[in-house]
Design a protein around this ligand. Structure first.
Ligand code: CMX
Length: 439
């Protein structure tokens, strides 16, 4: 058994016993109340899930096992000559709660290289789809197609004991994370580069090899970008739509392949991950309408026009955050270091100067600030990746790190089938009447 797996097993077995004891002795402790507005409002803030790998604070943003994004940049091992953390280090941190050494991260890079081979039928499944199928659909279908290789499903079919579930879940998670860049690069090259593919470079780390297989010029800076990109998109606690989808599906004892394919179908919605394609699409349309170097007054008018048409401003707002997203800021810092004069980046910064004030003025938007998706597209465009329908796939490659690490914990904890309660509108009206009487 590898060292990471051993550590994970030891820690998760201990926590499982501890949490079971807490549930038994303190299970009646009330941890909050649910209001009708939450029943009718997407369950915002309702605490109902255990998620070990990260936690989201409305004002400070994401912390991975307690570390903020600037702190990750400090503590996680880096590739030679690069200021960005290696995502392998973040996976290690999220999985066992320890900052890895450079040697441990190197081992993980190699381990994922070893596990990265796709089953032959996955290529056939992708190739069977018309090329104009949205890349997220190709991605989701490809992931689901690898279910046939799930060690968890095989073990379950053979009658594996519950206490062993964690083991093949870890193996499936490691295999899937290792394979995702290969799947994603294959889709990208298939759809946008005439099916001309680039072989993996096994000497590279996970993110750099992905950048290499995508075949983007200016490879060195793009490799750094991919290390940053795949780190900052990796997890956003458990309640976001894609993570929650994976958690729900996984709770039925579906394999990591099926639960992660489901997560990708969630991520593919424009209010969630697809917002990264919508942002750049909106910016391209704006540039077409008002020019490459728009003034703030012109942008203001364009934003108001978008709102008047009954649309949202993509890349702005968040269900939990109430301050500018630290993931937006991390990308801004990267852009300031590497591409501050790029026209498209200048436009994103001007949009940032204009949009929050307008959204605040609407009086209903709870968070007028940019989220992670507001910045990413402009940087990708600068490096030559203009094919925005692919952007959410990049997000999906990254999100696997947190979601699949978390899925290992759910299995190891023996988390039960998830089954919250729904209510009817009749029930809601009845409760509303009672509340009125009480007043
Ligand atoms: N532009 C215009 N209106 C917005 C808005 C935006 N960016 N963000 C919120 N609003 C509106 C909502 O549509 C809602 O209007 P109605 O009452 O008319 O329905 C109102 O403000 C209140 O919404 P909220 O409580 O502030 O936001 P929610 O928690 O309901 O929704 C989110 C959050 C992200 C769906 C929303 O801010 C949005 O649609 N943003 C644009 C899409 C986007 O960038 N999504 C990516 C989020 C990050 C990610 O998951 O990747």
């Amino acid at each position: 058994m590898d060292a990471l797996k051993q550590k994970f097993h030891k820690k998760s077995a201990a926590l499982r016993d501890e949490l079971r004891a807490i549930s038994k002795s303190k299970g009646d402790t009330v941890v909050g109340e649910v209001k009708l507005s939450q029943v009718l409002g997407g369950a915002r803030g309702v605490k109902m899930m255990l998620w070990e790998t990260s936690e989201l604070d409305a004002n400070e943003g994401i912390r991975f096992r307690g570390y903020s994004i600037p702190q990750l940049r400090e503590v996680l091992p880096k590739a030679k000559g690069c200021n960005e953390p290696l995502p392998e280090g973040l996976f290690w941190l999220m999985l066992i709660g320890e900052v890895p050494t450079a040697k441990e991260v190197k081992w993980l890079s190699k381990e994922w290289q070893k596990r990265a081979k796709l089953p032959a039928h996955t290529y056939n499944v992708i190739n069977a789809l018309p090329k104009n199928t949205h890349p997220m659909v190709q991605f989701s279908v490809a992931i689901a197609s690898m279910e046939s290789t799930s060690l968890f499903s095989k073990g379950y079919a053979k009658g594996m004991s519950k206490k062993d579930y964690w083991d093949p879940t870890y193996e499936d998670a490691m295999n899937l994370v290792a394979r995702l860049p290969v799947v994603a690069a294959y889709i990208y090259r298939r759809v946008f580069h005439d099916d001309v593919h680039i072989a993996a470079d096994r000497s590279l780390d996970w993110a750099a090899n992905f950048a290499h297989m995508l075949g983007i010029n200016d490879e060195d800076n793009f490799k750094s970008l991919m290390r940053l990109y795949l780190t900052i998109h990796a997890d956003h606690e458990g309640g976001n739509a894609s993570a929650h989808t994976a958690h729900l599906i996984g709770s039925t004892l579906s394999s990591s392949y099926l639960s992660y394919a489901g997560a990708m179908n969630s991520l593919a919605g424009p209010l969630h991950g697809l917002a990264n394609q919508e942002v750049i699409k909106w910016i391209f349309e704006m540039i077409k309408s008002i020019g490459k170097n728009p003034s703030k007054a012109q942008i203001t008018a364009y934003v108001k026009k978008t709102l008047k048409a009954g649309k949202v401003i993509p890349g702005y707002g968040h269900a939990v955050l109430r301050e500018p997203d630290p993931r937006f800021i991390a990308q801004r810092v990267f852009a300031e270091e590497h591409l501050k004069d790029a026209e498209i980046v200048q436009v994103v910064w001007k949009v940032f100067d204009v949009v929050p004030g307008i959204l605040k003025g609407l009086g209903k938007v709870k968070n007028p600030w940019p989220n992670v998706d507001a910045h990413s597209g402009a940087i990708l465009v600068h490096y030559g990746m203009k094919e925005y329908p692919f952007y959410t796939v990049l997000f999906g490659v990254s999100r696997a790190l947190g979601v699949l690490a978390a899925s290992c914990w759910s299995r190891a904890m023996g988390m039960p089938l998830e089954r919250p309660k729904s209510v009817t509108s009749e029930w809601v009206k009845e409760v509303a009447k009672q509340k009125k009487k009480k007043k």
